[in-house]
Design a protein around this ligand. Structure first.
Ligand SMILES: C[S@@+](CC[C@H](N)C(=O)[O-])C[C@H]1O[C@@H](n2cnc3c(N)ncnc32)[C@H](O)[C@@H]1O
Length: 168
């Protein structure tokens, strides 16, 4: 999602990879010159990312943090990225946490499955068009949803992704 929308990344500013896991997106954003923060409640994930960032001489401000109990502060980030993590209660707080003109990148699995991957439970999968509705107060720059519509699966099958901004 980031590499195909590289042109929508801000040139500078503070970026967050929320529920970062191994932190591939955080690495990408740090390489793009953003002040990158990466949060996950898994100590193992954060330790691995710290090590990888050191190996690549990248500065990533990592934090072991439960993002549901401790979401980002209002107006605190120029970019928030969420990848393969769905906690609907957090959505209004993510919108609030964007600074004016801040960008949101969000991608995760839909319920219309084609490939055998993603969360086992439907609760953590998106309904049709749900991502669009969740971020309807933002300006949508990019939206894509690939459910069970193709004869051949691709790496985008079963995914919805959105890039949206606050007030640009
Ligand atoms: C499927 S992984 C996705 C990781 C990464 N974003 C990616 O795209 O590869 C989901 C991540 O969410 C983290 N996670 C789940 N609930 C969380 C919470 N409440 N607070 C912080 N991290 C959480 C897990 O530890 C895991 O690393």
């Amino acid at each position: 999602m980031l590499s195909s929308n590289r042109h929508l990344l801000p040139d500078a500013g503070k970026a967050l990879d929320l529920a970062c896991g191994r932190g591939a997106s955080a690495m990408f954003m740090a390489q793009a010159g953003l002040e990158t923060h990466a949060w996950d409640f898994s100590t193992v994930a954060i330790e691995r990312l710290d090590k990888k960032a050191r190996e690549h001489s990248l500065k990533i401000k990592t934090q072991v943090r439960d993002v549901v109990n401790n979401p980002p502060e209002p107006g605190s980030f120029d970019l928030i990225l969420v990848s393969y993590f769905l906690e609907r209660r957090l959505i209004p707080q993510l919108v609030q946490a964007l600074r004016p003109e801040g960008m949101l990148f969000y991608q995760t699995f839909v319920k219309d499955v084609y490939l055998d991957r993603g969360p086992a439970t439907d609760e953590w999968r998106l309904e049709r068009n749900e991502l669009l509705h969740l971020f309807q107060d933002l300006r949508i720059h990019y939206y894509r949803e690939d459910g069970r519509v193709f004869s051949q699966p691709t790496e985008l099958s079963d995914l919805a992704m959105i890039v949206a901004s606050k007030g640009i």
